[in-house]
Design a protein around this ligand. Structure first.
Ligand code: HEM
Length: 168
């Protein structure tokens, strides 16, 4: 969630749009609750985009092969440790337009999600060992970020510019 906050702090126009969505939806209720987040489509796109550019598990979890197989002409022996470079996959220009930019709108009208069916985007992995905490993680992030956007305007510290924050 810190990455999402850093991206928003450096992109005031994205933050404004997200704040407007949350504040219009919640009105004077005082706080965002779990049932409210269903309506926060832009916020969900921000979280997806954050997980694309800043996957907390950039190489997923190491796996060990149990039998010999061939992939793209390479022989993979049994007991080989295999890493999936999700960080690189989710910045691949073959699948993503302007892949280095933070553009939540890329997920608008797109069926790409993190449930492991879209191999260009695997922040929670895929298959039988996909992250079982996926919904807990996204629900917690949505709720936390929505409440922060609802209650606060945040910005980079005085004397600092947006471009001073190194997102690498
Ligand atoms: C943003 C938050 C999270 C991210 C990005 C994340 C990502 C991942 C990834 C990439 C894997 C490996 C999947 C694979 O190799 O295919 C994994 C596995 C796992 N995650 Fe998460 N995770 C998150 C939060 C959580 C939470 C909140 C829990 C528990 C409450 C959790 C529990 C697990 C467990 C137990 C596994 C191992 C599953 C297995 O090997 O069968 N994760 N996670």
């Amino acid at each position: 969630m810190v990455w999402a906050m850093a991206e928003l702090a450096t992109k005031p126009q994205v933050m404004k749009k997200a704040q407007e969505e949350v504040r219009n939806c919640i009105g004077n209720k005082g706080k965002v609750t779990e049932t409210d987040t269903e309506q926060l489509h832009y916020l969900k796109m921000i979280i997806k985009e954050t997980l694309r550019l800043h996957p907390p598990g950039p190489l997923l979890l190491p796996r060990e092969t149990t039998s010999h197989f061939k992939v793209l002409g390479y022989d993979i022996d049994p007991k080989t440790v295999v890493l999936v470079n999700d960080w690189a996959i989710s910045r691949d220009p073959e699948f993503w337009k302007d892949p280095q930019e933070f553009i939540p709108e890329s997920f608008d009208d797109s069926c790409v999600d993190f449930k492991g069916q879209h191999y260009e985007y695997l922040p929670f992995g895929t298959g039988r060992r996909i992250c079982p905490g996926m919904y807990m993680a996204t629900t917690t992030m949505e709720l936390g970020l929505a409440n922060l956007l609802y209650c606060f305007d945040w910005k980079v510290p005085d004397g600092m510019k947006e471009e001073d924050i190194n997102m690498e």
